[in-house]
Each structure stands twice: as C-alpha cells, then as structure tokens.
Ligand binder design. Structure first.
Ligand SMILES: Cc1ncc(COP(=O)(O)O)c(C=O)c1O
Length: 370
C-alpha cells in the first residue's frame, strides 16, 4: 500500500507546536487531567489504582456502554473502540474495500477519508459541496456518480472544514439511495453534538440505516484529543467482525488510562459539551463582527455546527496569505489548498479560548498590510 503525504498533518507537524496562536484547530478547548478527574468524587483515587495490563480488544465494556448511549439503536457489542477516529478510518477502509472498488467521498474532505481508499487501490470520486448553496452536495450528482463497483459513500456531517450540516430530509434520502444501490455509508460524525441549534442535530447514520457505519471520537466535541479514543458504531455485523479482526494488526487494544478517562468524560458529557458550545458561541459572535467589517477581504459563511469554518479569501493567494500571517504575527490558519486545488480560502477554528487574542493579532496584521 502506498499513501500520499497527509498534507494537513504535515502542515501541522511544521507549525502546531511553534505558532503562537492556532486559529485553525478543529478540536474544542481541552481539559487538564486534574480538572477532568475533579468532575466526579472518587475518580482520582480510582484512576490511580487502575490496572495497566492489556485491555479488552473491542474496548472496555463500560466505555462501550457509554458510547452506545449516544445512539438510539446501538448496543455496546455494536461498538468497536479505536486509537482515535484515524485508526477507525484506516481499518474500515481496509475491511470494506479491495483494489478496483469504487468509493465516493464528500469533498472537500479530511484527507484520510479519501486517501486510504486510494492507497488500497480503490477508485475515488469526489462528491463536491456547492459553496453557493451552503456547501451542500447534490444528491442527483451522487446518483449519477454511482457505478456497479461503488462499495462505499463517505460523508462527514457536521462537515470539516465548512461546518455544513444537511437537513434530516437530505440524510434520509441518502440512506434510501444507499438501500436502493447497495453501497455502505461511512458517516464521519466526529463533530456531532456541536450543533448551534440542538433541534438541527441529525440522527446518527447508524440509527438510520442498518448497514451504515458511524464514526465518533473524543477529540472534537469533547476536546479530549490526547486520549486518542475513537470508535465506530454499526449494526452491520460483517463490517464489525472484519474490523475487530483487522484491529489485531494495528493496535490490538486501547490504552487503559484513556479508556477510563473517556468513560468518565462521556458520563460528564453534558457539562463538557455545554462549556464547549459556550466557547463556540462567544467566538462566533466575534467572528461575525470581524468578517462583517472586512467584506473586501473575505467571504464568510457562518457554519451551523462544529468548531471550524472555511471562509474564502477575496484578495490574492490564500497559501501566501497564511504563510505571511504566521511568519509576521504567529497566527496559524490552514490554507484551503491543503484540501485540494481550487479552494482559495482557509480553515478557521473557533473552539479554543484564545480566539480573541489570535483575532487581535490577525486584525493588526490586516491593518499593517492594508
Ligand atoms: C472529519 C474528521 N475525521 C477524523 C478526524 C481524526 O480524528 P482524530 O485525530 O481524533 O483521530 C478528524 C481530525 O481532524 C476530522 O476532522
């Protein structure tokens, strides 16, 4: 298998721990170990007596139970825990695809959602969102792209990087198309729970469709990326069996401390998500004002969910703009070109507490370049 470099991760490898202000992070503000343990009486003592042997390969039963509670129709044995969402993507693609198969991937996308399939030797077709229509991709165009070899359609709702969230009708139509055609929907739902209007939260795909696979993680909505705990939830017994066996060759089982902490965080999820949504709402107000005052520079579409958006740059090259910004004032944005050609904008993240300070530096930069 040959994998092309992961452009976004290579960019982060260069800048993430040196830039003064990460204004493009996709995760929410994290927590310290101490403040997570302090959320439940007795948790710190339990954590220090945790046994550090091998853990159960599918994930600790208590963790799988806490994850299953996020879904309507999923039982704990229909959950498989992984090292982040990234391992789950890698393993799913290996189990679901063979060389010569066809995959359709919503675009732009988090690169591994298409790249792993490409590395396996599958043919990958982009299913592009339309920026003039809030980044919604066209279901008729998807229907036209399908072939008898199409095994998987990959979607990501709420969407990285645009914050697009479809209607419930859209996802039901997609599920119906999947049943008619026979492809599996792989639904990356790592930003689920960060809907600005809770009434717009979509049903998880695994609850809508018995063959679909839903992907979740502790990193984004819960801000706990350092735990490296992700999962798939599915009623598709073949995929579940295949992924459980494949995991024997990747991580075998998960980190015991991380499983303990993820279970605790999911028990406390309402408080954690409420705090993250409060940060997001306050930051979005600032971004609305910032972009409103600078329409000659940027085209801003307020996202409906998630912790990132994808404004367009109206003057010059976004790659050069982002390079100059980080060099001169230490503010890191993610140029749209990392998502593929033709995206002359940047990803901006608003799940972190230091956004006001980063935005001040960004403003000073714009004033200095006129
Ligand atoms: C849409 C999407 N899927 C998957 C991932 C991978 O998540 P993790 O790094 O927690 O494995 C990310 C991370 O940025 C993402 O944005």
């Amino acid at each position: 298998m040959r994998l092309n470099p992961f452009r976004l991760e290579r960019y982060f490898a260069r800048h993430e721990f040196t830039a003064a202000h990460l204004l493009c992070a996709s995760d929410c503000e994290s927590l310290s170990l101490g403040s997570l343990l302090a959320m439940e009486p007795g948790a710190a003592e339990q954590f220090s007596s945790l046994w550090l042997g091998y853990t159960e390969s599918p994930g600790h039963p208590g963790l799988r139970q806490a994850i299953a509670a996020l879904y309507e129709k999923i039982s704990p044995d229909q959950v498989l825990v992984h090292a982040g969402a990234e391992e789950a993507i890698f393993n799913f693609m290996h189990v679901a695809l063979a060389p010569g198969d066809h995959v359709v991937v919503q675009a732009p996308c988090y690169q591994s959602l298409g790249e792993v399939a490409r590395g396996i030797g599958a043919e990958v077709t982009d299913w592009a969102g339309d920026p003039r229509n809030g980044w919604e991709p066209d279901l008729e165009a998807l229907g036209a792209a399908l072939t008898p070899r199409t095994r998987v359609v990959v979607v990501n709702f709420p969407h990285n990087p645009t914050g697009f969230l479809p209607s419930a009708r859209f996802v039901r139509d997609l599920a119906a198309l999947s049943r008619r055609h026979g492809f599996i929907v792989f639904a990356d739902e790592v930003y689920r729970g960060l809907e600005l209007n809770p009434a717009e939260r979509l049903p998880a795909f695994t609850d809508l469709d018995a063959r679909a696979v839903s992907l979740g993680v502790m990193s984004k909505t819960y801000g706990l990326a350092g735990l490296r705990i992700g999962w798939i939830a599915t009623r598709n017994a073949g995929v579940l069996r295949g992924m459980a066996a494949f995991k024997d060759y990747t991580t075998i089982c998960n980190s015991a401390p991380s499983e303990f902490l993820a279970t605790l965080a999911l028990r406390q999820r309402e408080a954690i998500v409420a705090r993250n949504l409060a940060i997001i709402r306050a930051n979005l107000q600032r971004l609305d004002a910032f972009f409103d005052a600078r329409r000659e520079w940027f085209a801003w579409q307020r996202p409906r969910a998630g912790s990132i958006a994808f404004p367009e740059l109206r003057k010059g090259s976004a790659a050069r703009f982002c390079a100059d910004l980080v060099r001169k004032v230490g503010v890191l944005l993610l140029p749209g070109s990392l998502y593929g050609p033709g995206y002359n904008g940047f990803r901006i993240g608003f799940g972190r507490r230091d956004l006001p300070l980063a935005l001040e530096k960004f403003e000073a930069y714009l004033d200095s370049v006129g």
